[in-house]
Design a binder for this molecule. Structure first.
Ligand code: SF4
Length: 379
């Protein structure tokens, strides 16, 4: 995957340019501007601010403002650079015709041609990405027009359940996130993590009050426990069992003529009807065009009969802002399952004072006195 890093530096915006929904206090202005500078320099920042000073919203506005300006700069600088290299090449070719040292002038223009090819390739990838985003915007409009899917429509949608096309189960058993073999532009993404989903839901509520809420592609990530819409799988309650059953269903053959009862009860001995590609895609498009918290995303899935879990996973590669709880970010296995790679990304850890406890909880085990005593006897 390719990425363009601008040479120019972004100027720090004035406090009123961050899209903050209220008149910011001085402390909030400072935080947004400092964060902007830290991101621009590619540094690590540790910020402390008293409770009740709107840290989460301040961080979101600061980071999204940087991202919007960075994306704009990427495109303008890349286009200017392409024009500049084309101009230099023309001049070099003119010089080469007059020059007696043919070898030297060819050497110079060779390097310029390679640079031009690299930049044109990046621009083509960026254009392709823009076209995909346009498709997503259209898909979201269609989703809203269609509204809820009537259960009777599931039969038609089950045609999308191509047993040969299920690559997700492979994805989850792989050793790491699949760096897409596909050649595509890798944009800078913001991973915003907090301890609980309710804290992340708060960010979504605040985000909607800002101008960023209208344009940002934001996705909330959760486990199957939070997002699975299949009632037969949901009733398993334990996340490990749910994962197992879902992956197991992915390997089943689609039923040629599913009975109405089996569709409505979403039996677990055939493919999951919620995973129909058109439904998952439509839900993904909706989720990327309006910020939804985890509960809203799950409800949208239930309403349209599509799988919110897979919709959120497929939205990750197109999202600018990814909201996730600590446990999904801190565990390699969870990141791999979701196909997340933090390389070249911005990671914001909100309420970072809880980080150590979360790491200890995730990677530690409890041993009681009885077990210790038994171990001592055995030794
Ligand atoms: S595909 Fe989605 S809805 Fe179906 S069992 Fe898996 S997580 Fe649940």
């Amino acid at each position: 995957m390719a990425q363009y890093t601008p040479n120019q530096r972004l100027a720090t915006p004035a406090a009123q340019e961050f899209g903050f929904p209220y008149s910011p206090y001085e402390i909030q202005e400072q935080l947004m501007q400092e964060l902007f500078e830290v991101l621009e320099r590619g540094q690590v920042g540790i910020f402390e601010s008293p409770t009740g000073t709107g840290k989460s919203l301040t961080l979101t506005c600061g980071a999204l403002t940087w991202l919007a300006r960075h994306e704009e700069l990427v495109r303008t600088e890349m286009l200017a650079r392409i024009r500049g290299v084309e101009q230099e090449l023309t001049e070099l070719e003119e010089e080469s015709e007059k020059s007696s040292d043919w070898l030297e002038s060819q050497g110079k223009s060779r390097a310029q041609r390679a640079e031009l090819l690299r930049l044109q390739h990046l621009r083509a990838l960026l254009d392709k990405q823009e076209q995909q985003l346009e498709q997503i915007r259209k898909g979201a409009k269609k989703h809203k027009r269609q509204g809820k899917v009537h259960p009777g429509k599931l039969e038609e949608l089950e045609k999308d359940l191509d047993p040969e096309s299920d690559s997700d189960s492979e994805h989850e058993t792989a050793d790491g996130p699949q760096e897409a073999a596909e050649d595509r532009y890798r944009p800078v993404q913001i991973f915003f993590c907090s301890r609980t989903h309710s804290q992340l839901a708060q960010i979504v509520t605040e985000l909607r009050k800002t101008p960023h809420g209208q344009s940002v592609r934001c996705i909330s990530l959760g486990s199957r426990q939070q997002l699975c819409g299949n009632p037969a799988v949901r009733k398993l309650k334990h996340v490990g069992l749910m994962n197992e059953r879902c992956l197991d269903m992915a390997t089943k053959k689609a039923r040629p003529n599913p009975s109405k009862k089996s569709r409505l009860t979403a039996e677990t001995n055939s493919r999951c009807p919620f995973k129909a590609a058109s439904l998952v895609e439509s839900l993904r498009d909706l989720a990327l065009t309006e910020p939804l918290d985890i509960e809203e995303l799950a409800n949208e899935g239930t309403a349209c009969g599509g799988c919110s879990y897979y919709a959120s996973r497929s939205a990750v590669e197109h999202a600018q802002l990814i909201l996730l709880p600590y446990q999904l970010k801190l565990q390699k296995s969870a990141r791999n399952q979701l196909g997340i790679s933090l390389k070249g990304s911005i990671v914001i850890v909100d309420e970072a004072r809880n980080l150590l406890d979360s790491v200890a909880q995730l990677h530690g085990s409890k041993i009681n006195r009885q077990q210790l005593e038994r171990a001592k006897v055995q030794i």
